[in-house]
Structures are given as structure tokens and as C-alpha cells.
Write a protein that binds this ligand. Structure first.
Ligand code: NAD
Ligand code: TDX
Length: 349
């Protein structure tokens, strides 16, 4: 099986490539990635010399480049995306371009070249807010709230239309919040862990009572392989950690494992349109594919914190340049920047 992985230099994609090469002897992987701010080849150092692995730098919106790189591959696992909700609120254009148009380009070329299976990686955010106590199953309505989640929902619908209209062999996974090694420190878990390690404030949006379902990235990778190999064409599969926590509770858990004081916690201006609760019903994955999460939150948090503690070089490599200006603009000067967005203008540079 020759796999074409898009976005393989990002957080989940790089974990997925290492997972597949370690566990699936008959697989080779072409990693196709634009290397945006979130793409980092250092994530793949451990397998860079594996003869079953190759890397092509390219944009999924570039049809000619996709066609050239995709030739000879049997299947696609499509991770590439602008994946951060906050950035999609501050600068929505890139999310729409990559997540919607990029997925369209991939579908077109994959159909032209006769790709046998296409796994589209989506998110629980397409379901929008869940009411207290409620869980989204695969038939729940799509009610996305942010430019990011609406662009992902748009790409899911495009995939669905290709299955229905052209008989294209695609499947969709929708996972909850992933955490684990190699996650870029703009997302909750790595941002809080790395700030806490430096005794910097931990910025909680709004009242911190929003709920998220947390999934270790390794469990997600195992789920994606199950869908790739055994999922039914045209189906959607929810992949969640079955562990829904309030952000504040999660922060306290992190602080306990890190041995850091609660006084680091700081309330900051809320994310506009902030979804209150995500929660997934994952019975289909268990019933059809025998998958359920195997890594408990306690174990996953200890392992993840340990990874950040022992990979300070990796952290120093990503927490510089653009990341520092991003942090400055949206955390240090958060009120001014968010007011400017609310006023309809762009935040000052
Ligand atoms: P990430 O931001 O860490 O990585 C995205 C990767 O895509 C980067 O390597 C980047 O360089 C690449 N990329 C971006 N635009 C591209 C383009 N136009 N052409 C080619 N490559 C491009 O993202 P992630 O957290 O690893 O998420 C991967 C996928 O999983 C995304 O589709 C995301 O929507 C989905 N997802 C993520 C989570 C999560 O918790 N992180 C949860 C559910 C679903
Ligand atoms: O500094 C912060 N403070 C804070 O309170 C950050 C970065 C986040 N938060 C809150 C917002 C959310 O309620 O923590 C929660 C998690 O935030 P993110 O890590 O930004 O994740 P989320 O918005 O839930 O989206 C994630 O899960 C679904 C991924 O980023 C998406 O790619 C995925 O589709």
C-alpha cells in the first residue's frame, strides 16, 4: 500500500506517519505538505531516512503539483488543513482556501488518477455546541460556529457529494481534541504545558467552563488506520477519547502533574463565538471496527508532559519568530487585538 499523506509534517499527520511505518510493514508513505507555520520536518526526524518514506513540499491547492506527487499512490489520508480556530477567527481566508478549495483539488485529482481509498480527516467541531449531557453521533446536524469549523464542514460536504455523485471511494473521520507529542504550542494543551514549565501565566478564555473531549493522538492514529483499512465507503466515523472535561478542570489536572501552583491561572477575554461543549458518541467505531481509546487521560497527560519536559530543543525551535509575534498580539495585547476584530477591522500589526 502506497499512502499519500497530506499535512504529514503537522501534529497528527507526523504522529500518523510514524505510527504507520512502525506498525505496518507493507506500507510506504509520501508526505505532501506545504510547510506552513504549523508544518515542521523536525517532527519526522526519527523516520526521515526510512526507505519507505518520502517528502514532497507542495500546496494541496496546486492541482499540477498534487497530480505529479500523487501518481502511483493507492490511498490518501488527508490531514492538511489550517487547523487552529483562533487563527481562523483572526484571519479566515487561509482556512477557506486550504480546507475547502484544497480538499476540492485533492478530490478532483484523486478521482482522475483512480485513487482506491480517500480518508478525509475532519473534526467534532462540525457538530457545533452540544447541549449539556448530549453527545453527537455521525447523524447529528452540522452546525459549525467558527470559520475553521465551517470550512471543515464545507469540506465534509464536498467529500460526501463526491461519494454520492461520482461513486468516489471516500470515508470521513471526525475526531475530538487531540493531544500528545509534537503539537504546536498554539493549542490549549501544549500552550498551557509549556507556559507552566516557564512559570508564565496560563490564559483561560472566558469562564473556563467550556468542555472538550480529549483524545490521545496515538489512539486517533489507530482509529484512522482502522477506518482506512476496514471502514465502509461513504461512511463517517466519530473518534473521541470518551473523556469530556471542563477546560478549568483540565488545567488543574495539568498543574498537579507538573507540580506548579494554581496562581499561574489567568482569565482572559473570551474567544468570539466560543463553543461551550463538544462531546462525541463513538459507538459506531467500537461496533463496526472494534476500536476504542486505550490511553487514559492520566497516563496520556503524564506521557505528554514528560515529552515536553524532555524535548526543550524542539520547543525552542518552534517558539520563536512568528510564534512570538502571534503570542504577543493575541495574548499579551489580547484586549486591543480582539476589540479591533470586533470592530470589523484587522487587529493592529
Ligand atoms: P497542524 O496544524 O498541526 O498541521 C497541519 C499541517 O498541514 C501542517 O504540516 C501544514 O504545513 C500542512 N498544510 C497546511 N496547509 C496546507 C496546504 N495548503 N497544502 C499542504 N499542506 C498544508 O494540524 P493537526 O492538529 O495535525 O490537524 C490535522 C488534521 O486533523 C486537520 O485536518 C484538522 O482539521 C484535523 N483535526 C485536528 C484536531 C486537533 O485536535 N488537532 C482534532 C480534530 C481534527
Ligand atoms: O489559550 C487558550 N486558552 C483557552 O482557554 C487556548 C489556545 C484555548 N483555550 C480554550 C478554547 C477551547 O475551549 O481551550 C479549549 C481548546 O482550545 P484549542 O486547543 O484551540 O482547541 P479547539 O478550539 O477545541 O479545537 C481543537 O479541536 C478540534 C483543534 O484545534 C481543532 O483543530 C480540532 O478540529
Amino acid at each position: 500500500m502506497k499512502l499519500f499523506v497530506t499535512g504529514g509534517a503537522g501534529f497528527i499527520g507526523s504522529n500518523f506517519i510514524r505510527h504507520v511505518l512502525a506498525l505496518k510493514k507493507g506500507y510506504s508513505v509520501v508526505n505532501y505538505d506545504k510547510l506552513t507555520y504549523a508544518g515542521n520536518l523536525a517532527n519526522l526526524e526519527s523516520i526521515a531516512e526510512d526507505p519507505r518514506y518520502s517528502f514532497v513540499r507542495g500546496d494541496i491547492c496546486d492541482a499540477a503539483a498534487v497530480e505529479q506527487a500523487l501518481r502511483g499512490c493507492n490511498a490518501i489520508v488527508h490531514f492538511a488543513a489550517e487547523s487552529h480556530v483562533d487563527r481562523s477567527i483572526y484571519e479566515p481566508a487561509a482556512s477557506i482556501e486550504t480546507n475547502v478549495k484544497g480538499t476540492f483539488v485533492l478530490l478532483q485529482i484523486a478521482r482522475k488518477l483512480g485513487v482506491e481509498r480517500f480518508v478525509h480527516i475532519s473534526t467534532d467541531e462540525v457538530y457545533g455546541d452540544m447541549l449539556p449531557g448530549a453527545f453527537a453521533d455521525e447523524n447529528s446536524p452540522l452546525q459549525p460556529s467558527s470559520p475553521y469549523s465551517s470550512s471543515k464542514a464545507g469540506s465534509d460536504l464536498l467529500v460526501r457529494s463526491y461519494v454520492r455523485t461520482y461513486g468516489f471511494p471516500a470515508l470521513i473521520t471526525r475526531s475530538s481534541n487531540n493531544y500528545g507529542p509534537f503539537q504546536f504550542p498554539e493549542k490549549f494543551m501544549p500552550l498551557m504545558i509549556t507556559n507552566a514549565l516557564d512559570d508564565k501565566p496560563l490564559p483561560i478564555y472566558g469562564d473556563g467552563k467550556q468542555q472538550r473531549d480529549w483524545l490521545h493522538v496515538e489512539d486517533n492514529c489507530r482509529g484512522v488506520v482502522a477506518v482506512l483499512e476496514r471502514g465502509r465507503i461513504g461512511e463517517v466515523y466519530n473518534i473521541g477519547g470518551l473523556d469530556v472535561e471542563e477546560n478549568l478542570t483540565m488545567l488543574h489536572r495539568l498543574l498537579r502533574v507538573l507540580g506548579k501552583p494554581d496562581s499561574l491561572l489567568t482569565y482572559v477575554k473570551d474567544r468570539p463565538g466560543h463553543d461551550r461543549r463538544y462531546a462525541l458518541d463513538c459507538a459506531k467505531m467500537e461496533k463496526e471496527l472494534g476500536w476504542k481509546p486505550a490511553i487514559s487521560l492520566d497516563e496520556g497527560l503524564r506521557q505528554t508532559i514528560g515529552w515536553y519536559q524532555s524535548n526543550s530543543d524542539w520547543m525552542a525551535g518552534v517558539r520563536k519568530g512568528d510564534y512570538l509575534s502571534y503570542y504577543d498580539k493575541y495574548y499579551v495585547n489580547r484586549d486591543t487585538s480582539l476589540h479591533a476584530i470586533a470592530d470589523g477591522g484587522k487587529a493592529p500589526r
